[in-house]
Design a binder for this molecule. Structure first.
Ligand code: HEM
Length: 382
């Protein structure tokens, strides 16, 4: 369907669904035009969230609270902080990956990615492994310290999956609202304690210093867990599969200085947030078409970014698409730098031995909103 989406270039109306955008310049025009497009009205993500965590979230998405919060947490999402975080929180696990591969062991990248992402996003929010264990009523430091993060992933994924079927409308039916609130409420169980003691260098700690009410801090913690878990795990696992399937891992091993290009290409080709919604709040002309207030717009990110071509480690930065996989304008992904730090860490670990890997077994994860692998077992070749 996303391949067919290219036919929407630059913008096309589909009855009952609204406008589909398959052009990078038009997409950016919409992202940058907050006078005519909204993220909180029916048809966009903020509208979905308001039903789950409360209407106050509209200020967090689009009101003065949005600008203030982004300004006050900016340094937590900068490269220096996210590189340190990756080193501190998942450095040992990445090193273990290198050791396991080098020893000839088979490693399930999909399973490891789910744990790596859970650990890093929790830390960014200000939740300790003990907080996560408490959410799922598990003993901290039990036999398997990764187990709380595996459960966390499934839990967050179930919440994300509730967004399936929102193509025509983001208004959830009462059963979905109830389930989403239960899942979100459970995620927030440890937030009050974490909010009290979280370091100022975490999102919750920063919220406390900002004087943001606990309820709002909880909502933000849930939102970040949802925004940054499935998307990043999908990018990690699919990046590894892409390097294998395209044969481009050989190009990377021969030119390790292209590693940042491999990361960028992986994000372009996977584009895990493959479709982004906006609602039209005032009549406006876009690419010669008249959009009316109340209509919906879907930006076909994956279709746009993949029109550039196949995954190539030697492809330079593409100015036209820029970083569209992270959106654009005032809502440009806050976690972009964490994503880069983490994908870089994973690729470093994967290529450390200087030898190519082979895929031993793969299975797709079924019925999920963000496509990914259930299993991707790899080992170093020969
Ligand atoms: C490969 C992984 C990721 C992709 C592809 C991705 C993509 C996106 C996109 C497209 C948006 C804009 C949505 C819109 O305009 O409606 C967005 C927003 C956001 N992302 Fe990400 N994201 C990723 C990972 C993360 C991570 C790891 C975090 C943090 C832990 C994160 C936090 C956020 C937040 C907080 C926003 C809302 C920003 C705002 O409204 O100002 N994301 N992301």
């Amino acid at each position: 369907m996303l391949l067919a989406g290219r036919a929407a270039r630059p913008i096309r109306k589909i009855p009952k669904l609204g406008w589909f955008v398959a052009d990078p310049l038009v997409a950016r025009q919409i992202y940058n035009d907050s006078a005519h497009f909204s993220i909180v009205s029916e048809g966009a993500a903020g509208h979905w969230w308001a039903q789950v965590v409360g209407e106050w979230v509209e200020d967090l998405f689009e009101g003065p609270g949005h600008t203030e919060l982004r300004t006050r947490v900016r340094d937590l999402f900068a490269a220096k902080h996210t590189d340190d975080l990756v080193h501190r929180v998942i450095g040992d696990a990445l090193q273990q990956l290198t050791v396991d591969l080098d020893a000839g062991r088979t490693v399930d990248i999909a399973e490891r990615a789910r744990v790596l992402v859970g650990r890093s996003v929790s830390d960014l929010v200000g939740m300790t492994p003990a907080d996560i264990a408490a959410v799922f009523e598990l003993a901290d430091h039990g036999d398997d310290p990764d187990e709380p993060f595996r459960i966390l992933f499934d839990h967050v994924e179930e919440l994300v999956n509730l967004a399936m079927g929102t193509m025509a409308s983001t208004t959830l039916d009462p059963v979905a609202v109830a389930r989403a609130r239960t899942l979100a409420g459970k995620l927030a169980i440890s937030v009050p304690a974490a909010y009290e003691r979280a370091d100022a260098n975490t999102t919750l700690g920063r919220c406390r210093e900002l004087g943001l009410p606990l309820q709002h801090a909880s909502g933000l913690a849930i939102l970040m867990a949802v925004a940054g878990t499935d998307t990043l795990a999908s990018a990690m696992t699919r990046m590894v599969a892409l390097l294998h399937d395209s044969g481009e891992q050989h190009a990377l091993l021969a030119a390790p200085e292209r590693l940042p290009d491999a990361v960028r290409e992986a994000l372009r080709v996977t584009s895990p947030a493959y479709l982004v919604g906006r609602s039209v709040t005032a009549d406006v002309e876009v690419a010669g078409r008249q959009l009316r207030a109340g209509e919906h717009v879907k930006i076909l990110t994956w279709s746009i970014t993949n029109a550039v071509g196949d995954f190539r480690v030697h492809r330079d930065y593409v100015a036209q698409t820029r970083q569209l996989w992270f959106g654009g304008g005032r809502h440009l992904c806050l976690g972009a730098q964490l994503v880069h730090s983490e994908l870089t860490g994973l690729l470093d670990a994967l290529t450390a031995a200087g030898r190519p890997f082979e895929v031993v077994e793969r299975r797709y994860r079924r019925k999920v909103f963000i496509p990914t692998y259930e299993t991707l077992r790899i080992r170093l070749a020969g």
